[in-house]
Design a protein around this ligand. Sequence first.
Ligand SMILES: CC(C)(COP(=O)(O)OP(=O)(O)OC[C@H]1O[C@@H](n2cnc3c(N)ncnc32)[C@H](O)[C@@H]1OP(=O)(O)O)[C@@H](O)C(=O)NCCC(=O)NCCS
Length: 155
Amino acid sequence: MAETETPITLRRLLVSDVPAAMALEHELFGDEAWTEGMLRDELSAPTRHYVVAAEDGQVVGYGGLCVYDEEAFIQTIAVTAARQRRGIGRSLLLELIAESERRGARSLLLEVRADNVAAQALYAAHGFAPVGLRKGYYQPSGADAVVMMREGEGA
Ligand SMILES: CC(C)(COP(=O)(O)OP(=O)(O)OC[C@H]1O[C@@H](n2cnc3c(N)ncnc32)[C@H](O)[C@@H]1OP(=O)(O)O)[C@@H](O)C(=O)NCCC(=O)NCCS
């Protein structure tokens, strides 16, 4: 029988999703994962907008945005390894771009590891271009971060 794809739902990340989001953090970012306290602080800030991608009620990805007036930042995007390359990262990114535009941001920035080819390809496909390099930004690895920016409509 042909495998059928279960629909993916995007919704706000709730405090009750924190354990699932932390499991993704540890799976995908290892010793550079956020702590639970950092994620809870993010969720409580009105400048933030966090969403999850859910499949059959299970959290398979999440992403977060921070908006300060005209400038917005993609805080994180993560999709569990078993569900990557199915368009979930793109859906999360498009939702964060849309929210930044709803809140009036004119530019959207992010940092991404210099060796993260997959994420850079995703961002480049949606209008982000490299604008800087932060040497040794990620700890404890000391990996460099590429800063990428996307100008909004009318910027
Ligand atoms: C980066 C990440 C979020 C992408 O999520 P995803 O659901 O696999 O991505 P999508 O299926 O939506 O891919 C959208 C586009 O991104 C690019 N892309 C995604 N994964 C890629 C890969 N491994 N290699 C090259 N391009 C890739 C492609 O352009 C892709 O479009 P295509 O499939 O039509 O070619 C995911 O790989 C991930 O969670 N990685 C670990 C955590 C991480 O690095 N987060 C980013 C921190 S800045």
